[in-house]
Design a protein around this ligand. Structure first.
Ligand code: UT7
Length: 336
């Protein structure tokens, strides 16, 4: 068995900053409500005409990660792309990254799994490397939410939360068994699939021809629906469980954590977990204040930013954890 380590990481967010005050011009909301309930001050939303899409943002983050890994793009053996906001209904953006980076015909896999998408993708890549199938896997999480949100008062409970951006890592074969990804734990609970959902254009309930014929401007099924309080309550329980599960599987305890990077769902959720585990401020990394919730991109963006500012050093125990639509949740334990 080989081990796998993160050999390069990068992120990209659009330049366009949208503050809470900017949102209050679009809908009945205000800075105080958003900050109090979510901790978010601003988020990035693409500017029309910028050319940014989920795939192109993923490519920008990937280029940085590949350069930092010190490898040539042609050494990438496989691509895994996690997103809930693909450029096309199909094919997914994995193949578009392969095309844009002009990487030879390596496999490209798309992962859904929403807020847990990056954790699922990393777990998959880790296991491909551990079994010896691949040496360098590009793992991307990227989201373009701003085009899909209901930016009226009707959608304010959801639209103020989400932001655009992308993060990427190169996961590489390593000869050091003590360093790298120690474990991953993944879970799902489909009975709550409808509690956080975008229904359209799903084939489960309607024919596409019906949707086109109706052409209903008030059709809300294209916008995200979230049962916010229910999601919140489940999130705090599952985050805690899956972090403990990962630690226990490795004979580790909360005191061993050097840095916890929770999926940036809501600052209040992160703070709840921090207090529950009695972690000091320097042991939890949050950047939702600047970027909002970027679902599958939030962990690789936060991981890269934390690494860039020197918060992650060799030998550190880094814990990644996510929860979101599905419900799906998971954790990854890394010895850096
Ligand atoms: O990343 C994937 C996982 N997602 C999450 O983990 C999100 C989990 N949930 C949450 O973060 C919170 O539930 C929210 C931040 C989404 C909402 O906070 P909340 O405290 O649960 O608010 P609420 O939905 O219960 O709404 C409370 C009130 C309502 O008004 P009334 O009925 O009490 O008069 C809403 O209409 O706040 C109102 N409201 C707003 N007011 C101003 C909802 N959204 C807004 C808004 N601005 N943007």
């Amino acid at each position: 068995m080989y081990s796998s380590k993160i050999s390069g990481l990068g992120f990209y967010v659009p330049d366009n900053i949208v503050t809470n005050h900017d949102l209050s011009k679009l809908m009945d909301t205000d800075d105080a409500w958003i900050q109090e309930r979510t901790g978010i001050k601003e988020r990035r939303w693409i500017k029309e005409g910028s050319g940014d899409t989920t795939a192109t943002m993923g490519v920008k983050a990937a280029k940085i990660a590949i350069e930092r890994a010190g490898i040539d793009k042609d050494e990438i053996d496989f691509i895994v792309f996690a997103t809930l906001s693909p450029d096309y209904y199909f094919p997914g953006p994995g193949v578009m990254v392969q095309k844009e980076l002009e990487i030879k015909t390596v496999g490209a896999l798309d992962v859904r799994n929403q807020c847990s998408g990056f954790v699922y993708a990393l777990s998959l890549a880790d296991n491909y490397i551990k079994t010896g199938m691949y040496k360098n896997i590009l793992v991307i999480g990227s989201e373009l939410h701003s085009r899909g949100l209901d930016k009226t008062t009707r959608g304010r409970g959801v639209s103020v939360i989400f932001g655009d951006g992308a993060g990427a890592v190169v996961l590489s074969r390593s000869e050091s068994p003590k360093h790298g990804i120690l474990s991953s734990h993944l879970h799902a609970q489909g009975e709550f699939a409808e509690e956080l959902i975008v229904k359209a254009p799903g084939m489960g309930t309607r024919w596409v021809t019906e949707i086109l014929q109706e052409n209903d401007p008030n059709d809300e099924s294209y916008f995200p629906y979230m049962n916010g309080q229910f999601v919140f309550k489940n999130a705090v329980v599952r985050f805690s469980e899956v972090i403990n599960e990962g630690l226990q599987a490795n004979g580790l305890s909360v005191e061993d954590i050097d840095l916890l990077i929770p999926h940036q769902a809501n600052l209040r959720i992160s703070q709840f977990i921090q207090h529950k585990f009695r972690l000091s401020d320097d042991k939890v990394y949050n950047n939702i204040q600047k970027y909002g919730n970027t679902t599958a991109a939030s962990i690789p963006i936060a991981l890269t930013e934390a690494w860039e500012v020197g918060k992650i050093k060799e030998g550190d125990l880094v814990v990644l954890a996510a929860f979101g639509s599905g419900f799906t949740w998971g954790s990854v334990i890394i010895r850096w």
